[in-house]
Write a protein that binds this ligand. Structure first.
Ligand SMILES: Nc1ncnc2c1ncn2[C@@H]1O[C@H](COP(=O)(O)OP(=O)(O)OP(=O)(O)O)[C@@H](O)[C@H]1O
Ligand SMILES: [Mg+2]
Length: 345
């Protein structure tokens, strides 16, 4: 695997790595666990995720990314290094990598991602906007003089773009994602069910009985937690309809963001989207009924891409493979200019 090219999806909740010729070779929660006293790394990824809410006081579990960008530089660097080493041997030539970032990323956040990836042992790094990577990974031919629209529903960000002739016509990135749905569920559990649960349980409820629309009345889930009044362990039957109501406000904010992008879009491009529909990517696209809810709201078909949570990693890897030089990359026969965001070491 000498001189490998990696596509790295550095997400708020997970890191996925694509290697040219091998596909997506790593999918791990973006979490590490360290010893609180010595700060020594204990584990990362799924193993660390399983510790959340269960860790002893001597262990600190850290999620070093927030809303798609690095919030804790030191731990992010150690986490990236751990994952890169898992897929690349120590002996090989340092790999090159393309890394996805949300459009809302600031200059300082951009520099911090570049530095962390470089410190993790990557020879040359370029950044790619998450929605462009998502579109390429979903198999859209964005080089055509015809508009494609993609919405990537991540854990911390929702990235929306209309692409045509290899460029981004209109885009938006909001700092709201699947984790906001988990927070809404946590609040609901406390206020309506008097139940205290942890974040992993809230996410499990969302994945199991979360519906964006038309939640079946009869569907319930037995949720274990702590009674907010007595402090004792209990199990409560939680209904899908109550979850649907609790997450509605966040879903409306996503609809509004999509609406704003369509409103800013030139009319000819809108008509392409009306005919061809919208592609949904990111793990959040798997929320039951989200495609149907958006189709009804926008009035155009919305379809979930194949393996939506892998699209960004795949697209990032493909963009790097099609690179022509160090700074300008040929993506679907057009030049996607990474010049501003590239570094060579
Ligand atoms: N079946 C499912 N139903 C609902 N939500 C889901 C499902 N599967 C995954 N998710 C949610 O998708 C989100 C993770 O998606 P993804 O991996 O695309 O995010 P990310 O890349 O880590 O975040 P970001 O792009 O915001 O930085 C999480 O909030 C997760 O709970
Ligand atoms: Mg993402």
């Amino acid at each position: 695997m000498a001189g490998a090219r990696l596509g790295i999806d550095l997400g708020t909740s997970k890191v996925a790595i694509y290697i040219d010729g091998h596909g997506v070779v790593l999918r791990e929660p973006a979490v590490i666990a360290v010893n609180r006293e010595t700060d020594k790394l204990i584990c990362g990824g799924q193993e660390a995720w399983n510790m959340i809410g269960r860790e002893p006081p001597s262990i600190k579990v850290v999620m070093p990314l927030s809303h798609g960008t690095i919030s804790d530089y030191d731990y992010a660097e150690r986490m990236i290094k751990l994952f890169v080493r898992r897929v690349c041997s120590y002996k090989m030539i340092k790999p090159r990598a393309a890394v996805s970032v949300p459009t809302s990323v600031t200059e300082v956040e951009t520099r911090s991602v570049m530095q962390a990836v470089t410190a993790a042992g990557i020879r040359q790094t370029v950044l790619i906007e998450e929605h462009v990577a998502a579109a390429i990974g979903a198999g859209l031919d964005i080089s055509q003089p015809r508009a494609s629209m993609v919405v990537d529903f991540g854990a911390g960000t929702t990235d929306i773009a209309i692409l045509s002739v290899g460029g981004v016509a209109v885009e938006s990135s909001i700092r709201s994602g699947g984790m906001d749905l988990d927070d809404a569920i946590l609040r609901l559990m406390r206020t309506e069910y008097a139940l205290v649960i942890g974040k992993p349980t809230a996410e499990l409820i969302k994945k199991s009985i979360g519906y964006a629309a038309d939640a079946p009345e009869e569907v319930t889930m037995n949720v274990p937690g702590r009674d907010a009044v007595t402090g004792l362990p209990v199990v409560r039957a939680v209904s899908a309809t109550s979850i649907c109501k609790a997450i509605d406000e966040t879903l409306i904010s996503w609809e509004m963001a999509i609406h704003d992008v369509l409103e800013d879009c030139p009319p000819d491009l809108v008509s392409d989207i009306y005919t061809d529909g919208i592609v949904l990517t990111g793990g959040g696209a798997l929320l039951k009924g989200l495609d149907k809810r958006l189709s009804n709201y926008i009035g155009t078909p919305c379809r979930v891409a194949d393996a939506p949570a892998d699209c960004v990693a795949i697209g990032t890897g493909i963009a790097l493979r099609r690179a022509k030089g160090n700074s300008a990359y040929n993506v679907n026969e057009f030049e996607y200019d990474f010049a501003e965001w590239s570094t060579d070491h």
